[in-house]
Design a protein around this ligand. Structure first.
Ligand code: GLA
Length: 412
């Protein structure tokens, strides 16, 4: 995570800062991608999720400016952008959010808008951004960028880091500024992640319970090398089905319904909506059980629940894909696999597998070969421990004991 490898995003952000501004940065911040172990398409139903933050992250090296201007060099894109913090105060300032040529700067501008909208006075900064969260893979690369920019503003402006409030603000960036109807999971795990732990998140009240990942197992993310298409409209469609089902069941959200309620209302529900609701209600129960199993070190049970989650997402929620099904099958047949499922919104992107630690190398070798034979695609595997959430990091040469304070981040 803090590797000094020259191609690490940390090293690239530091080098890009020097190259762009000809001096040393005064702050360094990092915000992680995430993988969800279980609890898929439950967050916008006020339900439960069990994600963890990844070592892969977006980094920004920065130095505050006195004039309310943000200059940001994006190392991955080889581009630099500038905006005025005051001009990003009104949502009407949104101009080119969907402009494929000017689009990336809309994330930082949207973050400036949302933070000011929640009452923060922002100081501008010169910054350089680099990330190794793969884009479009379902590992929350855009939430990582948003949270890194928010952490940069927190460092430059000196406000405390309140993960649920920051996550809500970053969700507003996605929903209102960028125009994507995502839930709260990606932003909250990125803001609040705890090293070595997955977080059981109640997406209704945003309470968090860190659950330690037991020794002896590894989380392996398998990228199908396929990217989602039309995910936005399908995502909106699933959300609408959930809202309709909750209305028929007479509950505020599907979180409030049990399997028996659904069975009793079956005759009144559209058959497709019934299957969508069955997924969400079952997935909430699986997620709570998974957190218990994880806390008890019962990794075999957790693996079975992950398998059941995939089946439900494939058959009832219909958000898997041929590539995701193929990589999940390849993973399950590989040595040491305790369970595997698609992760994130679906339709492409990544699967996640729970693997016995001592079998990780043969697991990856076997799963990628089998997946290639089945699909013709080359999978990439990312083995990651659970990382900490977004926040300040030490600059090179700093005394490690003087690691910057993490503000109001909850660590327990
Ligand atoms: C995307 C969204 C999340 C969540 C997942 C599905 O990642 O951004 O809010 O809804 O899909 O669980």
């Amino acid at each position: 995570m803090t590797s000094m490898a020259p191609d690490s995003p940390r090293a690239r952000a530091l080098a890009a800062f020097r190259a762009a501004y000809g001096r040393a940065p005064t702050h360094l911040v990092r915000a992680p991608g995430r993988v969800n172990l279980i609890g898929e398409h439950t967050d916008y139903n006020d339900g439960f999720v069990l994600p963890m933050a990844l070592e892969r992250a977006a980094w920004i090296a920065l130095a505050p400016r006195p004039d309310g201007v943000v200059r940001l060099a994006a190392d991955d894109l080889g581009q630099q952008g500038t905006f005025d913090v005051a001009a990003a105060r009104s949502r009407d300032a949104r101009g080119d959010a969907r402009d494929p040529h000017g689009g990336w700067l809309e994330y930082p501008r949207g973050v400036a808008w949302a933070l000011q909208d929640m009452g923060h006075t922002l100081t501008g900064f010169d910054g350089a951004l680099a990330s190794d969260v793969p884009r479009g893979a379902g590992l929350s690369s855009s939430a990582a960028v948003e949270l890194a920019v928010a952490a940069a503003f927190a460092a430059a402006s000196g406000f405390a880091w309140d993960p649920p409030a920051i996550a809500r603000a970053m969700q507003r960036v996605e929903n209102l500024w960028v125009g994507v109807q995502s839930g709260i999971m990606d932003q909250l795990i990125g803001a609040a992640g705890v090293a070595g732990h997955a977080l059981l998140i109640d997406c209704r009240d945003l309470s968090l319970r860190p659950v330690p990942l037991p020794d002896g197992v590894s989380v392996v993310v398998l990228d199908t090398d396929t990217r989602r298409t039309l995910v936005g409209s399908a995502y909106d469609d699933r959300r609408a089905a959930c809202t309709r089902a909750a209305r028929v069941l007479g509950v505020p959200a599907l979180r409030d319904a049990a399997a028996e309620d659904l069975a009793a209302a079956a005759g009144r529900l559209d058959p497709v909506d019934l299957r969508r609701a069955r997924h969400v209600i079952g997935e909430n129960a699986r997620t709570l059980e998974a957190a218990q199993a994880l806390a008890a070190g019962d990794v075999a049970r957790l693996g079975h629940l992950m398998d059941a989650s995939h089946e439900s997402l494939r058959d009832d929620y219909e958000v898997s894909s041929a590539a995701l099904d193929a990589i999940v099958a390849a993973a399950r047949a590989a040595p040491g696999c305790l369970g595997a499922r698609m992760t994130g919104a679906g339709f492409g992107g990544c699967a996640v597998a729970l693997v016995r630690h001592d079998a990780v190398d043969p697991f990856v070798a076997s799963a990628t070969v089998a997946y290639r034979a089945a699909s013709g695609h080359d999978a990439r595997a990312y083995v990651s421990t659970a990382a900490a959430g977004a926040g300040p990091e030490a600059l090179p040469g700093a005394d490690p004991a003087m690691r910057p304070a993490r503000g109001a981040i909850m660590e327990s």
